[in-house]
Design a protein around this ligand. Structure first.
Ligand SMILES: [Zn+2]
Ligand SMILES: [Zn+2]
Length: 150
């Protein structure tokens, strides 16, 4: 995608952060990041799922450490944190190739689908401009019940 003027320039963590922040990445943090890079964009994992994956690959790490690691990776710009329903936080890879997108989430089972809507992005930008805010992101989380749970 060509970089449209007017979009906030979120620098890609994969291009800039990994080397600059490399020394801040302990083996555990790298493992968590590797997992997200392996599953790719568009996948949304809870801390419990990340933990389960790492345990499967024989990493000895506590859920509390995973929580801390995820928060840190959000802070330094590798991951994006979503609060999709009350108390349900999921994390996804932050990437320039995967621009502003929105989430349709089942409040029962947590199934998450992505969709794109220029209207939401435009509405967010307008609202920000009207109030003199600098836009960071404009995303919509739609809470719903999936066909399986209906
Ligand atoms: Zn997403
Ligand atoms: Zn469901």
């Amino acid at each position: 995608m060509a970089l449209g003027a007017g979009y906030s320039s979120k620098s890609s963590p994969l291009e800039t952060g990994l080397h600059k922040n490399g020394r801040r990445l302990t083996p555990q943090r790298t493992k968590v990041l590797d997992l997200f890079q392996a599953i790719g964009c568009g996948n949304h994992l809870s801390a419990e799922e990340v933990h389960a994956h790492l345990i499967q690959s024989k990493a000895r790490v506590s859920l509390a450490t995973i929580y801390r690691t995820l928060r840190l990776l959000v802070k330094i710009g590798f991951l994006h944190e979503l609060e999709l329903s009350e108390g349900c936080h999921r994390f996804e890879l932050l990437s320039k190739d995967h621009p502003d997108h929105h989430h349709l989430v089942c409040i029962n089972c947590g199934r998450t689908e992505e969709f794109e809507s220029d209207q939401v992005v435009v509405a967010g930008r307008k609202a920000a401009e009207n109030q003199g805010f600098k836009l960071i992101e404009s995303t919509l989380n739609v809470r719903a019940i999936c066909p399986n749970c209906l």
